[in-house]
Design a protein. Sequence first.
Length: 382
Amino acid sequence: MSSAERLPTAIAASLGWRDRLAAWRDGLVAQRRFQRWAASFPLTRPLVRRRALDLFDLMAGFVYSQVLLAAVRTRLFEHLADGPKSLPELAQLLNLPERGAQRLLDACNALRLTEPRGEGRYGLGALGAPMPGNEAVAAMVEHHCALYADLRDPVALLRGEPATAMAACWPYVADDRPGELRAEHVASYSGLMSASQPMVTDELLACYRLQAHRHLLDVGGGEGRFVRRLAAEQPHLQLSLVDLPAVAERARAALAADGLAGRVQAHGADFFRDALPAGADVVTLIRVLFDHDDVRVQRLLRSIRQAMAPGGTLLVAEPMRDTAGAQAMGDAYFGLYLLAMGRGRPRSIAEHRELLLAAGFRQVRVLRNPMPLHTRVLAATA
Ligand SMILES: C[S@@+](CC[C@H](N)C(=O)[O-])C[C@H]1O[C@@H](n2cnc3c(N)ncnc32)[C@H](O)[C@@H]1O
């Protein structure tokens, strides 16, 4: 008897056909006898094996992450960047006993981070090849130690107990007066954002041309990595950014170091309390909205619209929920990441559209960028 058939008649009758089908499938798959049959029947066997592997990967995923952490910390990818190496050579470079190096390399081979090469040597694998010099991934892998600590008790997190490690990384989230944060509070997350930002701005620049604009304001622009890049690539653009005073100070130092002190204005402000610099005809919000709840997002969007030249364009670039092929990244990874951080949530395109329209923007368009898996880009007219 299927589980749909076992449901009280009143409930079963109210279920749609999809629910009835799902209930029947769940009941069937839960039966040990069916599992054994499906694992041995030639037509269902490949699917059963696939599902079993998927489930195992979910269970073991944290171990894979720690293998990656060990590889990043020992700089394995950098050591292999100039070509394959033998176990004794690698053990010395990684500063590991040969047994430990062998265990790490076996694990990395299995995860396609490295691969065996001729004469007992090891080279970069399909997933390891992009890693040497990839400061974004290396910085995020290191940063995940905080998330890992906060996910030790995921149920406590879901019950609303505070997550201390991530909150310490993102002090502006819990602070009612983030404008008063000092240099030592913002240094660590600003460095992390700067390292990982090109991954996102590459996507934005791949799908939106800035030629027609004259003044760009990057809101929550961090240390100014994006505007510093634009200063070189878009000589016609007037450039400004706004971020918390202590972060804007870091941006000013970075601009000065690049010889761009007079070229880009870095404004220090709390964008929920202070008016934004006026007059830009294109405003960018890169990985900013998902940090905040809807009420704050609404306040920020209205403030941006008021500061913008009429007819100007707002560009929103961040990971979004419901992205085909990356649902786990949106809802599982960013969902729990932002929960541990203490505020904000990943949003779908529809949720962004609703917030943008409510704040007075119109013509919200989804731009087509090469890697929607980790970044979607929306354009809205002020
Ligand atoms: C997740 S980071 C993204 C930084 C940058 N846009 C990027 O993608 O690398 C969010 C930024 O928003 C800034 N921010 C957060 N709350 C703020 C506030 N109330 N006023 C101004 N900036 C704020 C943070 O300091 C931080 O630089």
